[in-house]
Design a protein around this ligand. Structure first.
Ligand code: PBG
Length: 365
């Protein structure tokens, strides 16, 4: 191995000129056996350089906290989502104010509706004093600065757990009847004070119908966050426990494959997104996030609309489960997973990690 050559001491007018001493601690001498002048490791050599040159950041303002709401009086922990509870109505305002103080402006609301209120057609969705609508009013009264994204889909309200109304034979979700119901649900939701309605049902034509209904009823200020590329994913399992939309134990989980997208399809996701943008969506969403980073990047490059990504319940649960076994470092994998979603091109991320991330972010400052 050739040694690192010692530079000759330059002289000027016969006087020796002292070379600046290099700090042995910061830049210890290394061997140079390769003929390699471009060395990217120079850009990673210290914590300061790495911090300065980091291309992507995740700040609390980039996060939206999904919140489950219960009719009950006490918080109900969700077994498959460690650290996540269904929150009683009376505690919602305080929770949202707390999130705001941490820098999290947005919440996505999901009601856990009592089984007794569920029907095949999900009519409870259109009950003006249902849990979701009361939750919106409660948050706007107690924490008016919170930005509310209200879920628009029938699955919390239907006995079968599908996002819409079934056809006469009960074999599939009826698209156009479902859109009619979602339009009415959106109007109630806007009326209650939600900032954004967030149709998560994947019916065709719902964004256009909802936009039109909002505009002709004085709700031009209510936005639409369209779940544009929502895949029929197995990562939604713990969420269905949380709102009670999974099938009973022993029965096969329901398939939503006739309306949610095939995880194999990338071009089709672009079609969905372009269509939702044309129909009047204000933000587009990709869901799940971690296994669909290519889709997030595609949408980022094909539209100028803001992109949201939903790091879903299964993505959260798998990191917690592995961390509980001591197999993964929870904080490090959490931070890396969020960073990757932002790097792929998401402006905002819906994540069950939002609050914990923001707490650690505040503590690090
Ligand atoms: C349904 C809905 C689902 C989620 C949000 N809205 C699940 C489903 O499609 O059954 C999943 C979110 C998560 O897994 O965190 N409208």
């Amino acid at each position: 191995m050739t040694k690192c050559p010692t530079p000759k001491r330059p002289t000027w007018a016969g006087f020796a000129v002292a070379l600046p001493q290099r700090s042995a601690n910061l830049h210890p001498p290394m061997s140079a056996s390769l003929d390699q002048s471009v060395r990217l490791r120079r850009l990673r050599a210290s914590a300061g350089i790495r911090a300065m040159l980091g291309e992507t950041v995740v700040e609390p303002r980039h996060l939206i906290q999904p919140l489950f709401v219960t009719e009950g009086e006490v918080a109900e922990p969700v077994g498959s989502l460690p650290g996540v509870s269904r929150i009683p109505l009376a505690q919602l305002g305080a929770k949202c104010a707390e999130l705001l103080a941490l820098g999290i402006h947005g919440v996505a609301l999901f009601p856990k509706v009592d089984a007794a209120r569920k029907t095949a057609e999900g009519a409870e969705a259109l009950n003006p004093s249902n849990l979701a609508l009361r939750a919106i009013r409660e948050i706007k009264a107690k924490s008016p600065g919170t930005v509310i994204f209200a879920d628009i889909a029938l699955d919390p309200y239907t006995t079968h757990g599908h996002d819409g109304i079934l056809n006469a034979a009960g074999t599939d979700v009826d698209n156009d009847r479902t859109v009619e119901a979602l339009v009415k649900m959106s109007l109630f939701t806007a009326q209650a004070g939600a900032d954004f309605v967030a149709p998560s049902d994947m019916m065709d034509g719902r964004v256009k119908a909802i936009r039109k209904a909002l505009d002709t009823s004085g709700h031009t200020g209510t936005g639409i966050l369209a779940y544009s590329a929502k895949f029929a994913s197995a990562f939604y399992g713990p969420f269905r426990d949380a709102i009670g939309s999974a099938r009973k134990a022993g029965e096969a989980p329901i398939s939503k494959a006739t309306y949610q997208m095939n995880p194999a399809n990338r071009r089709e996701a672009a079609r969905e997104a372009i269509l939702d943008a044309e129909e009047g969506a204000d933000l587009l969403m990709v869901k799940p996030a971690g296994a669909y980073l290519d889709i997030i990047r595609d949408l980022r490059e094909s539209t100028n609309l803001p992109i949201a990504a939903y790091q879903v319940s299964g993505e959260y649960a798998q990191l917690h489960a592995a961390a509980e076994k001591g197999w993964l470092d929870l904080r490090a994998t959490r931070d890396e997973s969020l960073l990757a979603i932002r790097r792929a091109g998401a402006d905002v991320i819906l994540s069950y990690f939002a609050e914990a991330y923001a707490r650690d972010f505040a503590a690090r400052k």
